[in-house]
Unconditional design. Structure first.
Length: 148
């Protein structure tokens, strides 16, 4: 069993809904999961064995939502010691924008630049496809947990 903390970045609540689906699925698979809608610097250090799962949306201009911006700024300005820390990425985006998935790439790159180790490939949920985000999230979680 792994401990997983899901950092949520959301504007209208879509990423929070996906995070709740991921939490439900990961708990069914025997993981201990907590949700964090307002991640702070100290949340990165609360348990170094805990796996971070980033679940966030993008704004239309490709920026991260306001509630996860402080975490991103901490990563890029304060350079916390997270080398070796495992993390995953789930990003809600909209391919009708030229900045498609930019927020996800920014946050992923910030973790990677500090030596954190991404587990698996990111899940990118595109609002334009009409795909079933619930089913895709559950399927991704089932595959992702096997890599932990």
């Amino acid at each position: 069993m792994s401990k997983i903390q899901i950092f949520i970045g959301t504007v209208y609540g879509g990423a929070e809904q996906v995070a709740e689906i991921l939490k439900d699925e990961l708990e069914k698979l025997g993981q201990e999961v907590s949700l964090n809608t307002y991640a702070r610097a100290e949340d990165l250090a609360r348990d170094t064995d805990e796996i971070i799962l980033l679940c966030h949306s993008n704004t239309g201009s490709g920026e991260l939502p306001d509630n996860i911006q402080p975490l991103y700024l901490h990563l890029t300005r304060d350079y916390p010691r997270i080398a070796g820390r495992r993390y995953g990425v789930v990003n809600l985006a909209d391919s009708s924008y030229t900045t498609f998935n930019e927020g996800g790439k920014m946050l992923d790159a910030a973790f990677e630049d500090l030596g954190a180790v991404r587990v698996g490939e990111p899940l990118v949920l595109d609002a334009c496809t009409g795909d079933d985000e619930d089913a895709m999230s559950r399927e991704w979680a089932q595959q992702w947990v096997k890599l932990l």
